[in-house]
Design a protein around this ligand. Structure first.
Ligand code: UD2
Length: 296
């Protein structure tokens, strides 16, 4: 029997038996596959009903981590409420909130099959350290807790909100999100003495530190490697230009992601939408850095 929206292949010609939008799926205005043959996920390139029905059969469980340290707890309500509306709706989701202010975590009603766990973490006087320390804490979460509780994990910035579907189309072994800014504006770490070094001319995409994921195994390896490299750099008195984001970019240059999410999956609210972005699914909210960070 056919799955919803399933299609039949006749030789190399795709004949869709149940088109969902009235038009063929696929885009000609954007890159849909990387040179190492990883899909690049854009609106109009996948069939959500078909994907959901495939993953429903597998009974998958998704973990999500979000850090809200110090004043960043103000972002939690909107993040959690919009996640309820758009993030893996209809699937088993376990959100882990890491905070130093557990009493400030808002009560957000969660649907059946979805739950939230609060984990205490210390504060820090430096936002760079708060951001970078996430790698170590995610590594530990996977080691200590997750193996019997989740299949996939996504690690997300809290100063963000969902606007559209983020679901099974995003699943893969190692998953990166292309940064919405021109990559020349976000240089990789260029000092060869750093373990995050990416040489001029190298680098595929510039990936966001604010959203990445994949299977537990892959994300464990990524977070462990980035954390170790960050610490070893620190011992030699060097902090990469964009902290753990630089290390993540180095990691994903060497270890190519098996799926790449387009900037639909982490846009920025202050940025006008580019024409190729038909749908913003998740975006960073506008924030006053000076008012919310512990240091400048
Ligand atoms: C970028 C990345 C971010 C990180 C950083 C480099 C995106 C959209 N964002 O954002 O993920 O890689 O560069 O270090 O790609 N946090 C707190 N309390 C604080 C400070 C930070 O909880 O006082 C947490 C919070 O979850 C926040 C995250 O760390 O979302 C990243 O910090 P940011 O959003 O201030 O960093 P930003 O905007 O430079």
């Amino acid at each position: 029997s056919q799955l919803p929206g399933d299609s039949m292949w006749f030789g190399l010609t795709l004949v869709s038996s149940a088109p969902t939008s009235g038009s063929k799926r696929g885009r000609t205005d954007v890159v849909m596959v990387t040179p190492w043959l990883a899909p690049v996920v854009w609106e109009g390139t996948f069939n959500p009903n078909l994907l959901d029905s495939i993953y429903k059969l597998k009974n998958i469980r998704i973990a999500a981590t979000v850090f809200a340290v110090g004043k960043y707890t103000i972002f939690l309500k909107n993040f959690l409420e919009t996640a309820e509306q758009h993030f893996f709706v209809g699937f088993q989701v376990h959100v882990y909130v890491f905070t130093d202010r557990p009493l400030d975590v808002p009560q957000v009603k969660m649907s059946a099959g979805r739950q939230l766990t609060v984990r205490s973490v210390p504060n820090s006087q430096r936002w760079q350290e708060i951001s970078a320390r996430r790698m170590e804490l995610i590594q530990k979460l996977i080691e200590d807790n997750l193996h019997s509780y989740a299949d996939y994990i996504f690690c997300l910035d809290v100063d963000s909100q969902f606007h559209g579907r983020w679901g099974t189309e995003s699943l893969g072994g190692l998953v990166g999100v292309i940064h919405p800014d021109d990559r020349s504006r976000f240089p990789y770490e260029r000092r060869p003495e750093s373990r995050a070094y990416v040489a001029p001319g190298e680098g595929d995409f510039y990936y966001c530190g604010g959203a990445f994921g994949g299977t537990l195994e892959e994300v464990h390896l990524l977070t462990k490697t980035c954390h170790t490299n960050f610490i070893d750099d620190a011992k030699e008195g060097i902090e990469a230009a964009w902290q753990e984001e630089s290390h993540l970019n180095r990691y994903m240059w060497i270890n190519k992601p098996s799926k790449v999410l387009s900037p639909e999956y982490l846009w920025q609210d202050f940025k006008p939408r580019n024409p190729e972005v038909h749908l913003v699914r998740f975006s960073g909210v506008i924030k006053n850095y000076a008012a919310i960070r512990p240091n400048v």
